[in-house]
Design a protein around this ligand. Sequence first.
Ligand SMILES: [Zn+2]
Length: 408
Amino acid sequence: MTSAPEPRDAWSIRNASLPGREGRWRVTVEAGCISEISPEGEGGGHAGAWDAGGRLLSPAFVDPHVHVDKALTGDRVSDAVAASNLEAAIRAVRRLKSAFTEEDVATRAETSLQWGLAHGTTVARTHCEADRYVGLRAVAGVQAAARAMAGKVDVQLIAFPQEGWFETEGTMEDGAAPYIEQALQAGVRIVGGNVNRALWPSDPERQVDESFALAARYDCDIDYHLDNWDTPESFTLPYVARKTVEQGWQGRVSVSHIASLAMVSDAEAADAIDAVRRAGVNVCVLPTRIRLTRVLELMEAGVNVACGTDNLRDPFVRYGDADPLKAMLLLAQITNQLHNAGLERIWRTMTDNAARMLRLADYGLEPSCRADLVLLDATSAPDAILRQAARLAVFKRGVQVAGPLRVS
Ligand SMILES: [Zn+2]
């Protein structure tokens, strides 16, 4: 286990560009927090401030949806299995998981988090499978990786029923619910779900009811894989929004994918989007999946939309290197962003919006916010996305924890 870096005394970066703001700025950091932000040429700051030369200083990235427990296992299945179909991939992952040890999971999870850190991610929320195949070994392995990364990357774990909530004989649905409760008892603080009427034949509303009840019992947030199917039939989103309000869980529920929202009628979609906004349900989109949901309509309605990097070279997704800038470029291209304002909005999906989804109270570029920062070789957020800018320095609570440029 590596120890957390020591906090430094007060220091400043001057002459920096900030996302969404005109001009050049001086940012001062003290005791792990931002103490002052002032226009260049005004304010005190710290003597000997490092000159950013107009480069972009942003709040560090928040990756709200990753799968570090099964990351980097793609090479463990044959190409034929990986390429065949979803059912074959699910069965392959079950075989792999049965052989996972806690140490194996911890090693791959830590590598994945290190990759993210090198790309500027200092907070990540990961799904973590718990079921009859892997038991709680994935939970324990990711918890060990999170301890090893303390002081560099904060990790939130979701207890994720990849294999389905109920056990339904003669189908692939394989009864993970008891393991999800065990994961909560083992310290996981977020209830996951794999709610998909098309994939699992049992009752999705009942799964939602049961997982909301668990969240109430353990005082946990909720984060679902929801409606991840390209048919209008797999559409449990309106029920989740209703349930969120009934339980008073506004702001505490997040849903990823909701692909079927793109397949229902425009009128039905508008009603659902309004319900999601009123319920304060966060939406996470994953552009690794080519057919997305109604991303722009959700954003324009005022829904909190975040973006994640998702799977990392496992049997489900061959690609990935945990780089938020790649995910944001893909999202910008798929949603056809033609102007800087659209690219600024995409930037917020892996900074401010993702932080709101993860309920990080002290995140942002304001005095008293945590000094989780990334310095990029770009002049603005749109420029950083378009040129996939190098991450020059990454700071966790004011301490440089990654990046080739020593800022002092
Ligand atoms: Zn996922």
